[in-house]
Design a protein around this ligand. Structure first.
Ligand code: DSN
Length: 424
């Protein structure tokens, strides 16, 4: 039987089918992407998309909230439990909005924020010059030590003492090493700043206990819900009780109107999945796969920023290969290996044509790849790099990638056992 979508809009149906085929027939290494479970997908496409729910449970501006109030409460409770936080706001539409809401909750326009420079691995909303966060606030950026490829906490402290930010931001979008949130918390205290921590990339590792949590050391923790956490596209804020009202008001009515209830519902489901031993095993495997991929890449003569990885991602510094990141990313895409070109700390090349390539393992781990497959991916990347201008070799690698993918079908219907050990 043809589905409603197939009947009503064959053009979009066909395009969705093509995207499904692309996702299943390629090795997806963008570290901020994943595959969600059937349960999360179902919640995302549920009737909750039809409901407006401005406000918070028990304090809404529309009637008909008998169910939405219960769902949002469940999502909040699950978020508080898995992150061990006093308060959770599960309404931000995205990580960018969540970050802006965190700043708006704590400081005034034109106050100073200090975060990691975008070209060193920070996020746009950590105060980068083209982001509104640098227009609404005065922004100071700290950088990575280009010798070690790591954070230099002494330099961050010196910069904080010089500029006295009102908010010190920890967290990154392209940093392959463990972040010491406790030191960030100490530095913030020393200079009288609030500490906002953005764990969008590593939230799943934090929940699984593989990366230390910033919750005890930060005033507000911001995250997306769709990267290592493996939920739908969305954002979330966690904070101490003392900031709860300010955070809630900053999200609604400060920045947003009605929450996207279908997304919020799917976030609740993803948080239940994250609260299982299977998710902990998944998160551990993400890191094992990243380490296996990184080690093999090093054997093939690739330079990695900081020499490796502690988490789910790595950054290849391609300068010794003489190939710009964009050229390699495009060749790999033709070979069905999907990555993103990225700046590396100290890059002299422009962000639109930088010297690095960013790779991550959350999605391949969801589809069941383990260390041997991660090593095989390194071999594919090596072959494409060595034959960057030989289209026949790139095509050959693409065929081998497809064969590997066919042995690990996309888990579009994977089911995580529920917390009672049963099946959802
Ligand atoms: N820019 C996204 C990423 O891919 O890391 C985060 O917003």
């Amino acid at each position: 039987m043809r589905t409603a979508l197939e009947q009503y809009d064959p053009q979009i149906y066909e395009l969705i089918r093509q995207e499904e085929a692309r996702q299943s027939g390629s090795i997806r290494l963008i570290p901020s992407e994943n595959y969600v479970s059937r349960a999360v997908m179902m919640a995302t496409s549920s009737c909750l998309t039809n409901k407006y729910a401005e406000g918070y449970p028990g304090k809404r501006y529309y009637e008909g909230q008998q169910v939405t109030d219960l769902i949002e409460k469940v999502a909040q409770d699950r978020a508080k439990k898995v992150f061990k936080a006093d308060h959770a706001n599960v309404q931000p539409y995205s990580g960018s909005v969540a970050n802006l809401a965190a700043y708006a909750a704590l400081i005034q326009p034109h106050d100073t924020i200090m975060g990691m420079s975008l070209v060193h691995g920070g996020h746009l909303t950590h105060g980068w010059k083209v982001s509104l966060t640098s227009k609404f606030f005065n922004s100071v950026s700290y950088e990575i030590n280009t010798e070690t490829g790591r954070l230099d906490y002494d330099k961050i402290r010196d910069l904080a003492k010089k500029h006295h930010p009102k908010i010190l931001i920890s967290g990154a979008t392209a940093y392959p090493r463990t972040i010491d949130f406790e030191i960030f918390g100490q530095i913030a205290k020393e200079v009288g700043a609030y500490h906002v921590s953005d764990i969008a990339h590593i939230a799943g590792l934090v929940v699984a206990g593989i990366h230390k949590s910033p919750v005890p050391y930060a005033d507000i923790v911001s995250t997306t819900t769709h990267k290592t956490l493996r939920g739908p596209r969305g954002g979330m804020l966690l904070c101490r009780a003392e900031h709860a009202d300010k955070v809630d008001r900053a999200v609604f009515p400060g920045l947003q109107g009605g929450p996207h209830m279908h997304t919020l519902t799917a976030i609740a489901v993803a948080l239940a999945e994250a609260d299982t031993p299977e998710f902990v095993a998944y998160a551990k495997q993400i890191v094992k796969n990243a380490k296996a991929l990184a080690e093999k890449l090093l054997e093939y003569g690739f330079n990695l920023v900081s020499g490796g990885t502690d988490n789910h991602l790595m950054l290849i510094d391609l300068r010794n290969k003489g190939i710009p990141g964009k050229k390699l990313a495009k060749a790999l895409d033709r070979a069905r290996i999907v990555t993103n070109y990225n700046t590396i700390p100290g890059d002299t090349a422009p962000p639109f044509n930088p010297s690095g390539l960013r790779l991550g393992t959350p999605a391949i781990t969801t589809r069941g790849f383990k260390e041997p497959e991660a090593q095989q991916i390194a071999a594919f990347i090596h072959r494409v790099t060595e034959n960057i201008d030989k289209e026949s070799v790139i095509e050959e690698v693409g065929k081998e990638v497809l064969l590997l993918c066919s042995q690990f079908p996309v888990p579009e219907h994977f089911i995580i056992p529920n917390r009672n050990g049963g099946r959802q």
